[in-house]
Design a protein around this ligand. Structure first.
Ligand SMILES: [Zn+2]
Ligand SMILES: [Zn+2]
Length: 280
């Protein structure tokens, strides 16, 4: 089964995150993914920050371009899994007064269930996908853009991984925050506990949040997580001159050396004429 990983779309209906062309790039990205003719049932995983400010976008499904694009992918035969990032709960900075309300709206829009719980557990073919929220557990003292998994969720992730192992299934854990080393204000507060819970027990770890992109295999996990990928940002340039829109394709039935980051040129993407090319 193929898995496509994208992240940090930062779509905003009111204020643009960067240069205002994130929505053009999202349109081009989805068009490109559909055009590329992946097998039916390919799973698209979006690791958070679907919007730049949840207060502007995550009120309803109506006129919500991210919801529309998710539906477009589903209609084209993809399974689509999303998990919120810090920006889906407000402006991205803690403490966020509307956090719980926006969290519920996000669940209503993307899971069709305002009382859905985390971690999200979905099974497709022989693979269990475990989606971890990294914002709701943050307390008032965890300031700036820090994330947290929380003890309850860590225990649920451990159980889900054990259950999957007992039924001989592969596992994918996906979350917004980078659980490895990164800047203080952007870190996952309980990353050591989280990594201890999943190390050696999952086949694939996917995350975003840090917009630099294509780092691939992360060396900090003692090689006990065979594949750990940072998606960077699929649509937000962060004013980097060398940024390119991209998405990663992974196949757990094949060797990790076949995983690919697919770039397509920024100008072509905006014009909607994407020419995909393989890149390491
Ligand atoms: Zn982001
Ligand atoms: Zn983020």
């Amino acid at each position: 089964m193929k898995i496509i990983h994208i992240s940090d779309l930062h779509i905003d209906s009111a204020v643009h995150a960067d240069d205002g062309r994130e929505i053009d790039r999202l349109n081009a990205l989805v068009k490109e993914i559909i055009r590329a003719n992946y097998p039916k049932g390919t799973v698209v995983v979006i690791t958070g920050d679907l919007t730049n400010n949840g207060m502007h976008l995550h009120n309803t499904k109506e006129k919500n371009p991210v919801y529309e694009k998710v539906q477009e992918l589903k209609n084209a035969g993809f399974e689509v899994l999303v998990i919120p990032g810090n920006h889906d709960y407000g402006n991205g900075i803690h403490p966020m007064p509307n956090k719980n309300k926006l969290g519920q709206a996000f669940k209503e829009i993307f899971y069709n269930d305002k009382n859905a719980t985390y971690p999200r557990i979905d099974t497709f073919e022989n693979t269990v996908f475990i989606g971890v929220d990294t914002v709701l557990a943050c307390g008032i003292l965890e300031t700036l853009s820090m994330g947290k998994v929380g003890k309850d969720q860590i225990n649920s992730v451990k159980n889900a991984l054990n259950n999957a192992k007992q039924s001989n299934k592969k596992t994918v854990v996906y979350l917004h925050y980078n659980p490895f080393k990164c800047k203080y204000s952007l870190k996952l507060n309980d990353r050591d506990d989280f990594i201890n819970a999943i190390n050696g027990k999952t086949d694939l770890l996917l995350f975003g949040h840090i917009h630099v992109g294509d780092t691939g295999l992360n060396a900090n996990c003692n090689n006990l997580i065979p594949r750990a990928y940072n998606a960077g940002s699929s649509t937000d340039t962060d004013n980097k001159d060398d940024w390119q829109p991209s998405y990663r394709v992974i196949d757990l039935d094949e060797s990790a050396s076949n995983d690919r980051l697919i770039n397509f040129s920024d100008i072509a993407a905006i014009a909607g004429q994407c020419v995909a090319e393989f890149a390491q």
